[in-house]
Design a protein around this ligand. Sequence first.
Ligand code: BES
Ligand code: MN
Ligand code: MN
Length: 454
Amino acid sequence: MNLIEYIEARREDHLNELKEFLRIPSVSTKSENKPDIEKAARWVADKLRAAGMEKVEITPTKMHPLVYGESLHAPGKPTVLFYGHYDVQPAEPLELWTSPAFEPTVRGGNLFGRGTADDKGQVHIHLKALEALQKTAGKLPINVKVMVEGEEEVGSESLWDFVVQNRDRLKADALIVSDTSMLARGVPSITYGLRGLNYYEIEITGPVQDLHSGVFGGAVPNPLTILAELIAKLHDKNFRVVIPGFYNDVATVSRAERKALNSLPWKEKDFRKTVGAPALCGEKGFTIIEQLWIRPTFELNGIWGGYMDEGAKTVIPSKAHAKFSTRLVPNQDPAKIAKLVERHIRKLLPKSVKCDFKVLSTGKPWAAPYTHPIFQKAIHALEHGFGKKAVFIREGGSIPFVTQMHDTFKVPCVLLGFGLPDENAHAPDEHIALENYFGGIKSVALFYESLATP
Ligand code: BES
Ligand code: MN
Ligand code: MN
């Protein structure tokens, strides 16, 4: 039986096995899910062994375990390092799911459940592709190292320690990642650029305690009002970020590249539909694709304080809070941007309040040429596996680890994405299109197989 026949014959088995993986609520941010995190790590380790990987290890870290395995029996052939994550985002708000988040369900050609697209479904694609190669050829045609972490959704803190400690062991000719999306349905894609991400939290304090807004209102600072004014001042009417120096290091993208990105088979109509807002808004002078992929942003992610319960309460809160983030593009330096943001915020705030400013995490942007021959092999495998033309795209999301790996190992990073932009990653009703899950297994198997021939 050849490779493709083997994979085709096992569609049901593959799907059932993925459902098993998805039933483990491996939410990395919640301590109550620690046992599930450990269960998911063991599950991945078992499947790595089933795919013929050796020296499979579950390494404990300061936070969540990391799973590693390798198969190095193809002397003279390339070595790839695959990276993915088994942890998922919390499923809340639970009531907005059509079927429960951790009870995977097929509806209308899609598999629904937390982690289907981000990233368990995509990790499973690689596990099954490797297994198919192993079972049909008796051994893997190339050397493979697999590293699956459990902290991606909370910042991958332990991952880098592991990489540094295992630097020689992790050496490879290419890094392979599947944790991104396709441009659109029927358009298999390779991502060559991601935005970076700085995440911040501030606490504004005015009065030492909550005050009666009648007795005190009019003569004292209201931290909530001050915070709202502050946030409102950070954009101008053209949706440019008004933080001095913010755009200074932004790499200019060549005319040719902008033209290529803007000519991709991407439909504004679909994007508008996915967003569902009455109208769109974004930085003037750039197309939507450019706003999403090559321009930095400032986004407010949460703002709270004061009275938020039923009915009215006349109060001037002592404190106001906000969480916000900046998406970064080459060549912005996250540390430098964090300083600019803090300095500007402190400058804008009146003397009547105190501000506690925290940077919760930072991550570098990434964009790299796709001239290495491995990219043509990847395109070819995607086109074969999906029977559709494949394209090179950039994306607005962040995987800071890719930049770290690229900087450190100086190897090509091949990002094969099998999610879709409207599959609700991080949101209720997350799903993956079955055609992309099955097409993914075929493509990845063909890709790995093709690396064995020059
Ligand atoms: N898989 C995503 C990253 C992603 C999504 C890349 C869509 C490209 C397109 C990843 O799991 C994620 O959610 N990353 C976070 C940042 C991370 C440091 C927590 C993000 O992009 O917000
Ligand atoms: Mn992910
Ligand atoms: Mn994610």
